[in-house]
Ligand binder design. Structure first.
Ligand SMILES: Cc1cc2nc3c(=O)[nH]c(=O)nc-3n(C[C@H](O)[C@H](O)[C@H](O)COP(=O)(O)OP(=O)(O)OC[C@H]3O[C@@H](n4cnc5c(N)ncnc54)[C@H](O)[C@@H]3O)c2cc1C
Length: 459
């Protein structure tokens, strides 16, 4: 006999717990299934730990630059990797405990620890029991994609998850992949003191970004002596003693990159392959992402997919926003939609990249009449005062409607400052509103109105 619930939530990523809380407050009996750690990727092996490591890496970087600021450190600067990990574990532990206590405190929720699998459109099997509900919400997230490289089985490799267990300094960390996760780790470990090599098969880093963004990020990382190999294909891997050898071919022919440790950071794949979706009849696309409509409904009535597994976003904020959209539609008679949201995300190297809306390439392809504003960080007082003048900010405006189309702020506090533009975009206000705003001196944000006052047609 199936155990009856009003709702079942599979996975406790960034939308599951919030939805469990809401469903609980609606007085519904809910089963929450989690196979590993409450809080999922972001809390345990994603955003929270990596940003904690970014902070430790920055402390090391600034300590080395001390003398430049008139701060002399008499003695060697060493990074205590055990302390770095312990601090990371403390911060992660607080977040994980927070989610765990939150879920445990929901009076109408029953928590199941184990792997959930659909048996039919309204039943889920977990630890030998069958649960049944009219509403099922999937929040199973994604995991590191492990490519099929010859020799992979003979070498030890790391992913974002196993990187979290490192409490020593890799002598030479070789990273396959040149996108967001790869670049964050590259700078973190370089600043800790490792030699770092990034191998990217494409002609530039983070190819989703504009060329000037990719190029400047490359310069920033190379200034810190991170080796970056572009246009470089990984052919095979080999274990040679305690070393891992990456055999590549590139512009200068075949090459061997000899590292002490190997990190694979070549993308993420949804955790949908072992979920019994076929038994329920839930449709996925060719990459395994669950197909959803603008309200995150799957092809079956009463089943929704939220977060990374639906392919409609790959961020903590998109997953949480998925929860908000579903809750608004189900309980608040508020027809919120995925298409209401504006793309935004950060790349948390130092200095960070904050991105909103369209890229330059996208505005060009849109065929609109576009105005552009650009300002180098060398022209930003706050950046000069901090001796951190790498990067630039740029913004695109629709010449006819005067609405802001997109922006990239690569530089000191770029991840925060970009929200001044994002909020005006949500307000659908013309750029002149923010151009006339008086901002605080001396900040990075004070130059946003100035930049908007100097717009020129996009050539
Ligand atoms: C290294 C790294 C850094 C990142 N940094 C950022 C960042 O700075 N900012 C940002 O916005 N995003 C970042 N992300 C992305 C972010 O972590 C995810 O987008 C976010 O966690 C949303 O995930 P989710 O809600 O889809 O599910 P997840 O957080 O992936 O959680 C899914 C949960 O479901 C469970 N599960 C899966 N299958 C089953 C099953 N069959 N039965 C039971 N339980 C199951 C899993 O154990 C997991 O706990 C980062 C990701 C990584 C890997």
């Amino acid at each position: 006999m199936a155990i009856q619930y009003d709702a079942i939530i599979i996975g406790t990523g960034q939308s599951g717990p919030a939805l469990a809380d809401r469903v609980n407050r609606e007085g519904m009996k809910v089963a929450v299934i989690e196979r590993h750690l409450y809080g999922g990727t972001c809390v345990n092996v994603g955003c929270v730990p990596t940003k904690t490591l970014v902070a430790s890496a920055r402390a090391a970087y600034m300590a080395r630059r001390g003398a430049e600021f008139g701060v002399n450190i008499n003695g060697q600067i060493n990074v205590d990797m055990k302390r770095v990990k312990a601090r990371k574990d403390e911060v992660v532990g607080q977040s994980n405990t927070g989610v765990t206590n939150w879920l445990n405190g929901l009076e109408n929720a029953t928590l199941y620890k184990g792997h959930g699998r659909f048996e039919s459109p309204n039943t889920v099997r977990i630890n030998g029991e069958t649960l049944e509900a009219e509403r099922i919400f999937i929040n199973v997230g994604a995991r590191a994609f492990v490519p099929d490289i010859p020799g992979l089985e003979e070498v030890d490799y790391l992913t974002n998850s196993s990187m979290m267990e490192i409490d020593f300094l890799p002598k030479h960390l070789v990273i396959i992949g040149g996108s967001y996760i790869a670049l964050e780790f590259s700078q973190i470990y370089r600043r800790f003191g490792s030699e770092v090599t990034v191998i990217e098969r494409g002609p530039r880093l983070i190819s989703r970004e504009d060329e000037d963004v990719s190029e400047t990020i490359k310069e920033i990382l190379e200034k810190e002596e991170i080796n970056i190999l572009l246009n470089t294909q990984v052919e095979r891997l080999e274990k040679r003693g305690s070393q891992v050898v990456v055999h590549t071919t590139g512009e200068s022919g075949p090459m061997e990159v000899n590292g002490s440790h190997l990190l694979l950071a070549v993308g993420r794949r949804p955790n949908t392959d072992d979920l019994g979706l076929d038994k329920a009849g839930i449709e996925v696309d060719e990459r395994g992402f669950i197909k959803v409509d603008d309200q995150l409904r799957t092809n079956l009535p009463g089943i929704w997919a939220m977060g990374d597994c639906n392919g409609r976003g790959a961020f903590t904020h998109t997953s949480y926003n998925d929860f908000e959209i579903i809750a608004a539609n189900l309980f608040d008679n508020d027809p919120r939609r995925v298409s209401d949201r504006i793309t935004c995300y950060g790349l948390f190297i130092d200095p960070p990249l904050g991105r909103v809306g369209m890229t330059e390439q996208q505005v060009r392809e849109s065929g609109r009449k576009v105005l552009v504003g650009k300002r180098m960080m060398t022209q930003v007082g706050r950046a000069r005062e901090r001796s951190e003048t790498d990067g630039f900010m740029k913004v695109f405006v629709d010449a006819d409607t005067k609405e802001i189309l997109g922006a990239a702020i690569l530089g000191v506090n770029g991840d925060e400052v970009v929200h001044t533009l994002l909020d005006v975009m949500y307000a659908k206000a013309p750029y002149t509103v923010i151009q006339r705003a008086m901002h605080i001196h001396p900040t990075v944000a004070e130059l946003i109105p100035t930049m908007l006052g100097e717009l020129e047609p996009l050539e």
